[in-house]
Design a protein around this ligand. Structure first.
Ligand SMILES: *Cc1c(COP(=O)(O)O)cnc(C)c1O
Length: 426
């Protein structure tokens, strides 16, 4: 036994190892520190899976290197192609959303962009709801337009408007329930049925529903064949992270051919996620339903309270009767208590100036000014809606809109914070 290795192997467990031919080549610590013979015993079981980090993964021999295929999960070939950590996260996200295959991207927006790059060609058209996640529209106006892919915005509250815009050039329809910032709830089932009838792929941005408010691949459970979207994209940055500290996105499908198309593009683009980030999401997933429910209850309480405040002309939250699309929300998510994420928006009466609304946001103490949602800290953000929509939506009252993302603080304390910040407005 080389002396450097013998010095390391002092306890009984190590002494019993018989040295292989490889180990006989090791004459120096620079080698033995790397090619060390110790292998931990199998059978370690604990609540959280291990974290595997790799760019390189070893093949047992050349024949295996030639035989292993990165396109399914039967073997490991390279860190970017997947590790035990990312495979585990992908499978759990499939279970959450009721899908069969999953791809992970470095952000929710990267997942959205991957779908566009994989499925759209020059000359194609894509339809997006007028209340789409803002950067998704910016992608359509920027890169997609440069590449000769046209987009049209449809009114998410009118199924016939979507029907009107579907042509033989339409290759993809984006759906979002509820819509970003204004939280209109669409007739998702009819939108999906329309796309199915037209033979057009439909992709749902399912960040708000998070796999908990409704089942994206089985919108009417029990009905066969299933009424569901073709792809569900999820900004894991929001609820699955739950900490306001990790960026990640997923693309979930049920059709293997569609998944393969997306996977090849995803691979060619070199998209991957870090093992520690994947671990953070895996660690947060078990508490996802609890956090979702808690923020939902708190947001609904505060939305009802906001309805009684004279400074607000309109309160937007799909579970409030009178909020745009409430009936669609109730039909899809309203069994038993129903489920809704922790977001609400308020529109101030038009006699309040934008500066007064800014002062309200600045006066809040617990609500921090920041983007994103689904984390522990409540957030506030004023939006200049008129620059974000094709025209001012008829179902919204004129005025400055502020979105509130409810965190995990006490509802009572959050209400007091809102009340104090409203007081100077009279
Ligand atoms: C936040 C968000 C995204 C994008 O997620 P990032 O990880 O921040 O890129 C996409 N869609 C919706 C609805 C979102 O709220």
């Amino acid at each position: 036994m080389p002396c450097a290795l013998r010095n390391c192997l002092t306890n009984g467990e190590f002494e019993s190892l018989s040295l292989s031919a490889t180990e006989c080549l090791m004459t120096d610590p620079s080698t033995t520190l790397i090619h060390h013979p110790y292998v931990p015993p199998a059978g370690f079981a604990a609540p959280q899976p291990g974290v595997f980090k790799a760019s390189t993964v070893f093949f047992p021999d050349v024949a295996a290197m030639r035989a292993f295929d990165w396109k399914d999960k039967s073997a490991y070939t390279y860190g970017l192609h997947g590790t035990p950590t990312t495979y585990t996260l992908e499978e759990r996200l499939c279970a959450l959303e009721g899908g069969s295959q999953c791809l992970l991207a470095p952000s929710g927006l990267a997942a959205i962009a991957t779908v566009a790059l994989a499925l759209l060609r020059s000359g194609d058209e894509v339809l997006i709801p007028d209340n789409v996640y803002g950067p998704s529209r910016a992608l359509a106006e920027g890169e997609l337009a440069h590449w000769g892919i046209r987009h049209h915005c449809y009114d998410p509250t009118q199924v016939h408007d979507l029907a009107r815009l579907i042509t033989d050039k339409t290759r993809l329809v984006w759906l979002e329930a509820a819509g970003s910032v204004t939280l209109e709830f669409p007739d998702l089932c009819e939108q999906v049925r329309l796309c199915q009838d037209a033979g057009v792929l439909c992709a749902l941005d399912n960040t708000w529903g998070a796999g908990l408010a409704f089942a994206p691949f089985d919108l009417r459970p029990g009905i066969r064949p299933a009424l569901g979207v073709d792809l569900s994209v999820h900004a894991l940055t929001k609820y699955p992270s739950g900490g306001g500290d990790v960026l990640m996105g997923s693309i979930i499908t049920r059709d293997n051919n569609l998944h393969k198309k997306l996977k090849l593009c995803h691979m060619r683009l070199g998209l991957g996620v870090g093992a520690n980030d994947a671990e953070h999401i895996l660690r947060s997933l078990p508490s996802l339903p609890l956090r979702y429910r808690t923020q939902d209850e708190s947001a609904r309480h505060l939305a009802r309270w906001c309805l009684q405040q004279p400074q607000f002309a309109q309160v937007l939250h799909p579970a409030l009767a009178g909020s745009p699309g409430h009936d669609h929300w109730r039909a899809l998510c309203g069994n038993s208590l129903g489920a809704a994420a922790g977001l609400l928006s308020v529109i101030f009466r038009p006699d309040y100036s934008a500066a007064q609304v800014d002062a309200f946001c600045d006066a809040l103490k617990l609500f921090k000014i920041g983007y994103s949602w689904g984390g522990p800290v409540s957030l506030v953000m004023p939006y200049a809606l008129s620059s974000m929509r094709s025209s001012w939506p008829q179902h919204l009252t004129p005025g400055t809109l502020v979105r509130l993302a409810i965190g995990l603080e006490s509802t009572h304390d959050l209400q007091a914070d809102l009340a104090a910040a409203l007081q100077p407005l009279g």
